[in-house]
Design a binder for this molecule. Structure first.
Ligand code: GRF
Length: 213
C-alpha cells in the first residue's frame, strides 16, 4: 500500500512541488497551510490534491491551533507528515503526536545555523561550505535525527539570494530522496541517529555537491 503523506506549508511550496513531481511511491493525501494565500495551495489544487487552510491568526494560542491542525492532519490518516516551508514553531504536544513520522527540511548544514536567515548568517561567518538538511522533527528546534544533507560551495561573490538559490536546488534533490527512503521503510532511528537500511555503505547518506555552478 502506498505511503500516505500530508504536507504542511506556509508559502511558495517549491519543496512540496519537487516531492509531488518525483514519481515517489506515495499518495499525497492533503496539503495543509496556516496561510490561506500560500502559493503552494494553488499548485496542490491544480493537481487535484485536497487542500486545507487553517489560519493561525484566528486562534488564540498555539496549543489550540496545533490541536486543530493535528486533527485535520489525522483525518487524512498519514503515515508521514512532511514540513515543507512550514514557518511556525510546533507545540511539544503536536510533535509528540507525530514523532517518528514528521520530517522537516532546513536550509543549512545542521547543527550549524538553526533558526532563520541561514544564508545571511553563513555569509557573515565566512563558511566555505553551506547546504541543507532533512531531519526528523523532535522537540528540540531544528535538531533531530539527520536523514540526508547536501553541501554546496560558498563563493566569494555570493549574496544571500545566489547562495539560497544554490541551496534550494539541492533541497529539491534531497527532500524527495528522504521521502522515498521513508516510504520504502528504510529509515531506522537508533540512538538518535538515522541508519539507512539496505545501503551497503550504511552511512553514505551525504549527497555530494554535484551542483551546476
Ligand atoms: C526552504 O528553504 C526550506 O528549507 C525552508 O523553507 C523554505 C521553503 O521553500 N524550511 P518552499 O516553500 O519549499 O519553496
Amino acid at each position: 500500500m502506498s505511503c500516505r503523506v500530508v504536507v504542511l506549508l506556509s508559502g511558495r511550496g517549491s519543496n512540496f512541488r519537487a516531492i509531488a513531481e518525483a514519481g515517489l511511491p506515495i499518495t499525497i493525501a492533503a496539503v495543509v497551510s496556516n496561510r490561506p494565500d500560500a502559493a503552494g495551495l494553488v499548485y496542490a489544487r491544480e493537481r487535484g490534491i485536497a487542500v486545507c487552510a487553517l489560519d493561525h491568526r484566528a486562534h488564540a494560542d498555539r496549543e489550540t491551533f496545533d490541536r486543530l491542525l493535528a486533527e485535520e492532519i489525522e483525518r487524512h490518516r498519514p503515515d508521514l507528515v512532511v514540513l515543507a516551508g512550514y514557518m511556525r514553531i510546533l507545540s511539544p504536544a503536536f510533535i509528540a503526536r507525530f514523532e517518528g513520522r514528521l520530517l522537516n527540511i532546513h536550509p543549512s548544514l545542521l547543527p550549524m545555523f538553526p533558526g532563520l536567515k541561514t544564508h545571511e548568517r553563513a555569509l557573515a561567518e565566512g563558511v566555505k561550505v553551506h547546504g541543507c538538511t532533512v531531519h526528523f522533527v523532535t522537540a528540540d528546534l531544528d535538531h533531530g535525527p539527520i536523514v540526508i544533507q547536501a553541501a554546496v560551495p560558498v563563493r566569494a561573490d555570493d549574496t544571500p539570494e545566489t547562495l539560497g538559490a544554490r541551496v534550494l536546488r539541492q533541497e529539491h534533490r534531497i527532500y524527495p530522496e528522504a521521502v522515498r527512503w521513508f516510504a520504502e521503510g528504510r529509515l531506522a532511528i537508533e540512538d538518535g541517529r538515522v541508519n539507512l537500511r539496505g545501503d551497503p555503505a550504511s552511512q553514505s547518506v551525504l549527497a555530494s555537491a554535484d551542483v551546476a555552478m
